[in-house]
Unconditional design. Structure first.
Length: 252
């Protein structure tokens, strides 16, 4: 049997042959296998050589099409799951379309800024003087749960400092005395005179509202206001942390 007959048969074909038929690189196929997106039909126990079947080319083609529009791998896995319903598939694609619109608007805004720099020059940054807010205090039920939520939900790059009596945590942003300094104080002691009497409300700027909203809910938060774009305003949503504090998310 010559090579052409091997490639066109319905038996197992090598990863190199599958790459040639699908137009994908071997590196990409290995990556898709590692993340469970396109798993070989068989792997030799001794040599670890991967083998594919021709009927897997259809799935490879669909994955390529979805990756060309930048759909994330985890969402492709959900979309191509045999158990996905048509409504779920539509929701995944609608969500991605909204994300692409946001990215397009952000790119358009940056292009306008560059055009302004070309026309007017790059402005000299100004630094705020006088008074500015540097602290938010929030009531929480469990300090460790609250700290874990904020770190997991928003990937905060910050220091966490413990209170002397272990009834508070201070999440510190930036450097004290610098323009970027800010603190988020989480208080659990109901007798603390500085503990807010009821859940608080504040907001974060984020690059992707939909992704940040989903991440916050996955970290243990509660969705309050679904991602949407009010008339003439930027895309936004709202979630609650485990202690029921409201967090508004606005596109940066």
């Amino acid at each position: 049997m010559d090579q052409a007959e091997v490639v066109l048969s319905d038996e197992f074909i090598t990863i190199g042959q599958f790459a040639g038929l699908s137009g994908l690189s071997i590196h990409t196929l290995r990556h898709w296998s590692d993340v469970g997106l396109l798993v070989p039909a068989a792997v030799d126990e001794v040599t670890r050589y991967r083998r594919y079947r021709r009927d897997q080319l259809d799935r490879a083609s669909r994955i390529q099409a979805l990756r060309r529009v930048d759909l994330p791998i985890d969402e492709i896995q959900r979309l191509l799951n045999p158990a996905v319903t048509p409504d779920d598939a539509d929701q995944i694609l609608h969500h991605h379309r909204e994300r692409l619109v946001d990215q397009h608007e952000l790119s358009a805004s940056r292009l306008r800024e560059v055009d302004r720099f070309l026309k007017e020059g790059v402005p000299i940054p100004t630094f705020q003087v006088g008074c500015r807010p540097v602290q938010i205090r929030l009531p929480v039920d469990d300090l460790d749960v609250a700290v874990a939520f904020y770190q997991q939900a928003f990937d905060l790059r910050c220091d966490v400092r413990y209170g002397d009596d272990d009834t508070s945590r201070t999440i510190v942003f930036g450097e004290h005395g610098k323009d970027n300094f800010f603190v988020l104080v989480l208080v659990s002691d109901i007798d603390d005179i500085d503990r807010p009497a009821s859940p608080g409300t504040f907001g974060f700027y984020v690059d992707d509202v939909d992704a940040a909203h989903q991440r916050a809910v996955a970290a243990g938060g509660t969705g309050l206001v679904a991602p949407h774009q009010p008339d003439k305003l930027s895309r936004c949503s709202a979630v609650a942390d485990p202690a029921r504090n409201w967090i508004w998310l606005d596109r940066r």
